[in-house]
Design a protein around this ligand. Structure first.
Ligand SMILES: *[C@@H]1O[C@H](CO)[C@@H](O)[C@H](O)[C@H]1NC(C)=O
Ligand SMILES: *[C@@H]1O[C@H](CO)[C@@H](O)[C@H](O)[C@H]1NC(C)=O
Ligand SMILES: *[C@@H]1O[C@H](CO)[C@@H](O)[C@H](O)[C@H]1NC(C)=O
Ligand SMILES: *[C@@H]1O[C@H](CO)[C@@H](O)[C@H](O)[C@H]1NC(C)=O
Ligand SMILES: *[C@@H]1O[C@H](CO)[C@@H](O)[C@H](O)[C@H]1NC(C)=O
Ligand SMILES: *[C@@H]1O[C@H](CO)[C@@H](O)[C@H](O)[C@H]1NC(C)=O
Ligand SMILES: *[C@@H]1O[C@H](CO)[C@@H](O)[C@H](O)[C@H]1NC(C)=O
Length: 234
């Protein structure tokens, strides 16, 4: 937008419109807002321990140590939450893991803040969609790091990546929901499969996300309510 505005006098209105259209469609179609309601519930504790699902992926995140560094969580904590035999169990591509991380409120929205050091050539968009597997969006990263200029990042810049999360409200707790797991919907998913993987009820998933058609949620974070931490079959 900054560029578009400063170049304003040099473009005809039509060219400018085209530019804005191109600019916004790249972003809007590539990172839509999350499917679930990640606002901070009024009747829940301000912080809680929560879990994120993460798919082990080459080239950099087939290694528990690398995933542990990314989230700032010990290997042991991830191994335990994910039902891995040990911290040294080799991972395979697309293996489902559970990463524990505290969740809290930032204004009226819930996030788990993760500090990440930018590497040469990386953008907020790239890190959000690759390393963090769409557990956050570039828009949220930009808003939370006002002192950084997104187009002028340098290797070593420390950036807070806010991952979408949510603490169970008193209403959840009273109805037996202990955790809301943040899960990014995958192209091959369907409701039955996701419910089985995370030992959740299909009905509770639908209610929590106010959703009928999850195809529209592909690559978006959704909330999976569970009464206890699922024992992943590894
Ligand atoms: C999202 O949840 C909050 C609190 O849980 C509630 O106040 C708000 O109305 C919800 N918004 C939508 C769009 O459902
Ligand atoms: C771990 O990360 C390093 C770079 O940070 C990379 O060279 C290495 O391949 C990664 N290992 C795995 C198994 O993903
Ligand atoms: C996340 O970081 C932002 C910016 O520093 C801060 O305002 C907010 O309180 C933090 N949120 C949590 C849950 O730690
Ligand atoms: C959260 O706060 C922002 C501005 O502070 C407001 O625009 C938005 O409507 C609020 N959302 C909810 C769900 O209360
Ligand atoms: C993240 O979402 C984008 C589309 O918004 C998709 O192209 C990309 O493959 C997703 N990343 C992962 C790791 O699934
Ligand atoms: C579900 O949403 C997808 C993508 O938004 C759409 O292509 C599909 O037709 C929808 N299915 C139903 C049954 O509405
Ligand atoms: C699935 O959840 C139920 C309670 O909702 C629990 O009794 C059962 O042990 C869980 N199974 C696994 C494999 O996590």
């Amino acid at each position: 937008m900054f560029m578009a505005i400063s170049l304003l006098p040099f473009f005809s209105t039509q060219a400018l419109l085209l530019l804005i259209l191109l600019f916004s469609s790249t972003y809007v179609t590539s990172q839509a807002p999350p499917a679930s309601n990640f606002s901070c519930p009024v009747d829940s504790p301000t912080t809680c321990s929560t879990y994120f699902t993460y798919l082990a992926q080459p080239p950099n995140f087939l290694d528990l140590g690398n995933i542990s560094d990314l989230f700032g969580v010990s290997r042991k904590e991830i191994a335990t939450a994910s039902n891995l035999e040990s911290e040294d169990t080799p991972l395979f591509p697309n293996q489902l893991l559970l990463v524990p991380k505290p969740c809290g409120c930032t204004g009226n929205r819930s996030f788990a803040n993760i500090t990440y050091q930018i590497q040469q050539g990386e953008s907020f968009y790239l890190v959000s969609t690759t390393s963090f597997e769409n557990l956050t969006r570039w828009q949220e990263v930009e808003a939370l790091n006002p002192s950084l200029t997104p187009t002028l990042l340098h290797a070593g810049d420390k950036v807070i990546f806010p991952l979408f999360c949510k603490c169970p409200s008193n209403t959840h707790l009273e109805s037996g929901i202990a955790y809301l797991i943040t899960y990014v919907w995958q192209p091959s998913d369907d409701l039955t499969k996701v419910a089985a993987k995370l030992n959740a009820s299909e009905r509770n998933i639908v209610i929590e996300n106010n959703y009928v058609n999850f195809t529209a949620a592909v690559y978006l974070p959704v909330l999976i309510p569970v009464s206890q931490l699922p024992v992943l079959s590894q």
